[in-house]
Design a binder for this molecule. Structure first.
Ligand code: CA
Length: 315
């Protein structure tokens, strides 16, 4: 396999932008998506599974990439749904996928695939980190064998999107985030802070996408709609793309304009600041454990995504 092609597993609570991240994994020429693992998050678990299978179908790759079922609840807490996505597929009735989920549980698939291919596989984790934490607990060397772990999560010392303190993925399962950030992965983080400033597409940009005449672009526009409406009620104009920006920056690192190394830790004890992510850039006090994406080529991200949609489903 050419060296610029990344072997991927995407761990996802599939709704809306998760589906758009899956499209990157499924269709980008520099991505080879080997498995999808589903974790409790945005919308009810079975709906997430259907959303992932539907997205695979919409890219023309039905039956080609296994979908593994993972944690149905966070490690120690009650599940918290996201209000931002409706049913995660635009509240629209699509013809369902005929692909069935794999019999192998997500954490087992993660451990097996990484163990069979040490140093070869990147994981893109775009939901709560429950499955990744479970894999860490199943295999003490898991983190060392993963090539890179790319996380969508946290906000750079606030402001969050669930509470003022916390971003959704870290809020839902802070214990899992804590385990994962301490596990010794080669970690890159795309935050909610980055998303708001640099991965939000305007009504004008979305209107351009709506003109693309193929089934995949039409799927994007339908699935994206509830997010636009939700954002308007929260003072954000356009649609936010935290998960797809994470996936795209992994396969298009040339679009990352600035990175920094920081120590990142997640609050697990407080009710007030549950899931708060502390970003400390004083290496003399706290050794960095993650690379943070600080700045991207925002227009380049949009254009790269439009190119994927214009190419359409795989024949
Ligand atoms: Ca997600």
């Amino acid at each position: 396999m050419p060296s610029d092609i990344r072997r991927l597993i995407i761990d996802t609570d599939t709704a809306a932008d998760d589906s758009f991240a899956l499209i990157v994994g499924l269709l980008h020429p520099r991505a080879n998506l080997e498995a999808v693992t589903i974790v409790a998050g945005n919308v009810p678990f079975e709906q997430q599974v259907q959303n992932a299978l539907l997205t695979i179908k919409k890219t023309g790759r039905e039956g080609e990439v296994p979908v593994h079922l993972g944690a149905r609840v966070p490690l120690t807490r009650e599940w918290v749904e996201s209000k931002a996505h409706g049913d995660g597929k635009g509240n629209h009735d699509f013809e369902a996928s005929t692909q069935s989920p794999s019999d192998e549980a997500a954490a087992h698939a993660l451990v097996r695939l990484v163990d069979e291919n040490p140093g070869e596989i990147d994981i893109i984790a775009i939901g709560p980190l429950t499955n990744i934490a479970t894999a860490v607990m199943l295999d003490r060397d898991f983190a060392k064998k993963v090539r890179e772990l790319w996380i969508m999560g946290g906000c750079d010392n606030s402001v969050g999107n669930v509470t003022a303190a916390a971003e959704y993925n870290f809020y839902v399962d802070p214990e899992a985030a804590d385990i994962v950030l301490r596990a010794g992965f080669e970690t890159t983080i795309a935050t909610w802070t980055l998303t708001l400033a640099q991965a939000t597409w305007s009504d004008e940009q979305l209107a351009e996408i709506a003109k693309i005449d193929n089934d995949l672009a039409r799927y994007f526009t339908i699935v994206n709609k509830p997010n636009i409406e939700y954002n308007k009620t929260h003072g954000i104009m356009g649609s936010t793309h935290p998960d797809s920006v994470t996936a795209m920056m992994l396969v298009r690192p040339d679009l990352v304009k600035a990175r920094s190394r920081k120590f990142v830790a997640v609050e697990t004890k407080s009710d007030l600041t549950r899931g708060y992510s502390l970003f400390d850039d004083r290496p003399e006090r706290n050794a960095p454990n993650a690379t943070i994406i600080d700045e991207i080529d925002s227009l380049g991200f949009y254009e790269a995504y439009v190119e994927l949609l214009e190419t359409g489903p795989r024949a």
